[in-house]
Design a protein around this ligand. Sequence first.
Ligand SMILES: [Zn+2]
Length: 141
Amino acid sequence: MDVYSPKKRSDVMRSIRSRDTAPEVALRKALFRLGYRYRLHVKSLPGKPDIVLPKYRVIVDVRGCFWHGHDCGDGHIPETRREYWSPKISGNMARDRNHEERLSKLGWKVLVVWGCECTPTRIGGTVGKISAVLRETLAVS
Ligand SMILES: [Zn+2]
């Protein structure tokens, strides 16, 4: 059972949607502080990826947990109107997979970061992991 009334639920969903970009902003600020330079929302690449680091040929794809079906608390689909949300979310997930495949065929490494990994308490660790991958990428190339 959904714990929210339909009205409250739609408010919650709207706030999740508008917050969707907050993790991305937090993440790119943190990367910038570490000296990484990137391009944003590159239209010429499949899926118009959020954060592109051309020097490393790495893409950081920041996904909102709810809209992209993350297996975490924020990604939980409410019981009520499940038939409404499920197809939208599976559609997003299928698109994500498709973009990821096309990008990797083009020689890009795609790092998926979830919204819940960009909270103030977790973002440090997340950026640390990205940074480690980037250093490794330069070392092998
Ligand atoms: Zn999540």
